[in-house]
Structure formats: C-alpha cells, structure tokens
Design a binder for this molecule. Structure first.
Ligand SMILES: [Zn+2]
Length: 544
C-alpha cells in the first residue's frame, strides 16, 4: 500500500457496523479509495515519503454526507426572485414582494411561500395584484407543486377558465369558473411559466456552480437528485469541462403520466450515462402531489374534500411503468405522500415478485419518497416489499406544528396528523431510511436536518413543542440516514456509505461529534471540510 493521503482525527465513525478493537483515528487513501483504517500508531507504519498527512486534531470524521432528495437543477427555476420562505404572515410576504425588483422581462417573482403565512386569507391573485400593479407576477409555493399567478400573468398566458390535463393538475377556479390564480402541479404551472423569459445557459451554469459549492461547504459529498432533463446533462457537462464537481450526484429523470413504452425505453437507455461525478441511475415517478394543496392521494378526503385522487389518472399505468423499469433492473424512486398513494406504490412493488426474477429484485433498490402520513399496516409492509424509505425531517419540523394548527395538519385532521413522518417506526420495522432536504422545498444544510430528526422540532428553538416525538431518531440513526442508509438507498452500499477498506474515500469532517453532541448545539456547529475521492473539496483554515 502506498497511500496518497492519511487523515487523522480523534474521532472516526466508520458507520460500517464492525468492531475495530482500538478506536479508529486514522484513514489511509490510495487512488481515491480507502486503503486502510486503524489507529494513529498504525498510521505511522502506513506512511511513505510521498504520503500527505492531514491531522484534524480533535475533529470527528465520518463517511461523506449524502442528501437523499435534492433538486439543484430544477431548483434553479424554483428559487428565482424574492425568497419568501421565512415569511410567517401575509404582511411579511407583501413587504418582501414590495422590495423585490422585477425580473426578466418585467416579471415579479418569488418562491418558498408557505400557505400558513396567509392565515385565513384565501390564496387569490387579488392579493398579488395589490403589490404587483401592472406587472405579471408568478410566485411559487414552498411545496414546489403549486404557484400563485396574478391577474396580468393569467391574461398573458391566456388562462380564463378551467383546463384539462393528462395528469392531476388544476387551474383552480372560483364558483363562477373564474381562475383564482392558484395553479396546482406542473402542467398547470407550465401554462404560465412558458411565458416567462428564461435565463441564459451561462447564467444558469454560474448559479448551479455556486449552489453546488454551497452544498459542499455545508458538509455534503453527494446528493440524490430527484429530477433530470436534457438541460441538466448540458449543465453538468459544462461544469465538468471546467473541473471536478464538488460533490457526487446521482440523478433520476421523471417518468410522467401520459408516457408509454416508447418514452420508457428512451429513459431506460439513459440509465448509467453521465460524467465523472454525476450519473443517471434511477427513474423518478410521482403517485400523488402534496397534502398542503390538496393533491395528495388519501384513503379519505381532507377537511376540504380534497386529496382524493392519484397523480396518474389511471394508476394501473403507473404500476406498468414500475414493472417496466424494475424488470430491467432499473431503480425507481416514487414520490408518495398520502396513505393511499403509499399503499399503491407498495402494492405495485409487491406485485413484482410474481414475475420479476428474484435476483433482479434483490439487486435493484426501489424507494418511496416523503411518506408523510401512513397507518401501521403500511409501515409493516415496507420491509416485506424490500422498499427503502426516503424522508425529510424538516418538512415535518418547518411546516407542521405539534398543536395541529398548521395547514398540513388542519387538512388531515388530528388522527392522520398524529401519523406525521413516522421515521422511527420505519427504522424499528427494519427499513433502510435515507434522509434529505428536498431543497429548495426546505434548506439543504445537513446538520440542522440531522438535529431536527432527533428533536422533532426546529433546532435552536427549544420553546417549540416536538411533533409526534415518539418518531424521533437516535443520533446514530439520523447520521446513518446521511451515510450508510443513504448508500443503501442508492444501491451503492458495496462502494460507499462507510469508512471501510475498498470503498470510496468520501468523508465529512466536523468540529463537534454528531453522535456525542446535543442536537441543538450540533446544528449550530461547523463542518470543517469534505473529501470526495480522497480529494479535499474545502477545508476551514485551522486545518489547512
Ligand atoms: Zn422532491
């Protein structure tokens, strides 16, 4: 062994579930892979003349953090204009929009709008008209599945009434059939979106480069991207022409309702393509929308009589798509938020056993994203179906409240709101659980997410009451969600997710030990640096 690099740290959590005798405090890297794991004393024997030794002192080293659900490219569209995520009242929303300059072609833009900020005021274009004047305005809601357009924007888009779509999407209209400005799901939003002048490729490339750099500095060495388009390919290729991406990206293009075998074949062909640090490795599907705007798929309607329908008008076509990909050994990830939606995905995956060969099923990971409210019997079916769960603890802690007074809980009613984000029950049932942010739906910084998964409230807010506190993860389970279980959720446990000889040398270094620090303190602490393929992506000064 001729290591290129030896990293020393007082605490190393290998996350490989193995007992190493002495505490591990040294890791050797050769050719981008982990070449040895051991004590500081053993490391002295590994060292060769050319070996670089980096002593991180009292820091903690773990496998690199991977966000299991993130939208860096799609998110470029979702994060234009005023950032409304922090607004908690309608006044704050209007103030932020009032100070926002018009964007491309004179459009007023905003994103991250939490419907709770509107209180009892209906989401209606008239609210925007007051602040936008004659300008067209297009404001995205926080869930990424809905937007509010003003009257001028609807006029420019020629929207004067209801529309028919081949997916569950809606131009919301009042009792007289007049559009309110609320647009639910992609097809409805696209009616307006296509009239907004697009940023140039160069602008988007610059923004994406900045974003990926921010991801790396937050401690991420990887991300499971839950979208992919031709433009994504062009952007990643352009970035890799300039140098290495600062983190490893696994992308999943969308398979949408209305598509058939011709499109699926094309998507299947893209699997495995990519560049040095990015590749297309899975297919993303949606079986429903969101609870927050009444497009989830629930057994029983919400208090407004909504959230009753699947995203695929004929859900058997969704099942056929799953079968098409699964039988070819292609991993899938399905967005399923409501109980009926999760049930349908589980059923589709369970039914594969009748005719998809067992070895193909065993080596192909299928996962369900979000899983916001499910009864006991659905939790119990995950393990048997061999399904991986992928969840976002901060969707719970940022957008719902323990007293059920928020939009999500109110819509569901107390019983279903009590079943909020059952992370712990899924872990206790033996299910692999990957954790992520779903940025830009919620902030991407992993430390507060790891903390919130343990606290079931926002870190740094001890005054808040925890939400369904029995669903709290242990510190180790939360860290596993970003490391070992993230690797399992990508079908990459054989090459990543733990500090084990032969695996990729992707690490994150922390100021404080994630397994031995109170979650509030940990959330506010610093990431010292990251490594991808044994190469430093960034390192704070004190360890330079
Ligand atoms: Zn998402």
């Amino acid at each position: 062994m001729t290591p290129d690099l030896i990293v020393l740290a007082d605490t190393v959590h290998t996350m490989d579930g193995q007992h190493h005798g002495q505490p591990v405090q040294a890791v050797a890297v050769s050719g981008g892979l982990i070449a040895a794991v051991g004590s500081r004393q053993e490391a002295r024997d590994w060292q060769q003349t050319d070996t670089r030794v980096l002593d991180l002192g009292n820091a903690t080293l773990t496998p690199g953090l991977v966000d299991c659900h993130i939208h860096p490219v799609f998110g470029l569209d979702l994060t234009i204009g005023a950032d409304l995520a922090a607004a908690t009242s309608l006044d704050e929303v209007l103030t932020l929009l009032g100070t926002e300059a018009a964007h491309d072609g004179g459009w007023l833009r905003g994103w991250g709008l939490n419907p709770n900020a509107f209180g009892t005021v209906p989401l209606h274009r008239s609210v925007l008209d007051g602040v936008s004047g004659d300008q067209p305005a297009f404001i995205r809601l926080f869930d990424g599945h809905s937007a509010l357009a003003n009257s001028r924007a609807l006029e420019l888009a020629g929207i004067h009434g209801r529309f028919e779509f081949d997916q569950a999407s809606e131009v919301v209209c009042d009792a007289d059939g007049v559009p309110t400005g609320l647009l639910l799901e992609a097809a409805a939003m696209e009616l307006v979106q296509r009239h907004i002048p697009q940023e140039s490729f160069a602008q988007r490339k610059t923004r994406l480069a900045g974003l990926l750099g921010d991801f790396a500095r937050s401690g991420l060495t990887g991300g499971h991207i839950m979208d992919h388009s031709k433009e994504s390919t062009a952007l990643f290729q352009a970035l890799e022409a300039d140098g290495e991406l600062p983190l490893r990206l696994r992308a999943a293009p969308w398979c949408m309702p209305g598509s058939g075998e011709a499109e699926w074949k094309e998507m299947a062909r893209s699997i495995g393509t990519g560049g040095r640090r990015w590749s297309i490795e899975a297919i993303k599907l949606f079986v429903d929308g969101t609870v927050d705007n009444g497009t989830a798929w629930l057994y029983e309607p919400d208090v407004h009589g909504q959230s009753t329908a699947p995203f695929w008008p004929r859900p058997e076509e969704y099942s056929a798509a799953i079968r098409y990909f699964a039988s070819r050994g292609i991993p899938t990830a399905t967005h399923a938020i409501g109980d009926a939606g999760v049930d349908h995905v589980l059923e589709a995956l369970e039914s594969l056993r009748t005719d998809v060969p067992a070895d193909v099923l065993r080596r192909t990971v299928h996962r369900i994203e979000h899983i916001e409210t499910v009864p006991d019997d659905l939790v119990a079916r995950f393990k048997g179906a061999g399904v991986v769960a992928s969840m976002q603890p901060t969707h719970c802690t940022h957008y719902s409240l323990a007293d059920h007074s928020d939009n999500w809980s109110t819509r569901l009613g107390a019983q279903r709101a009590e079943r909020a984000w059952r992370c712990r029950d899924l872990r206790d049932a033996g299910v692999a659980l990957g954790i992520g942010s779903d940025w830009p739906i919620a902030p991407y910084e992993p430390l507060p997410i790891i903390a919130d998964a343990q606290l079931r409230r926002r870190s740094g807010h001890p005054e808040q009451e925890p939400i369904a506190p029995s669903q709290a993860l242990t510190a180790r389970q939360a860290l596993e969600g970003y490391t070992s279980h993230a690797a399992k959720a990508a079908g990459q446990w054989d090459v990543s997710g733990s500090i084990t000889v032969g695996k990729r040398a992707d690490f994150t270094a922390f100021e404080l030990d994630p397994l031995a620090t109170g979650p509030d303190e940990f959330a506010a602490s610093r990431v010292l640096g990251t490594f991808v393929d044994g190469e430093i992506q960034f390192m704070l000064e004190r360890h330079a």
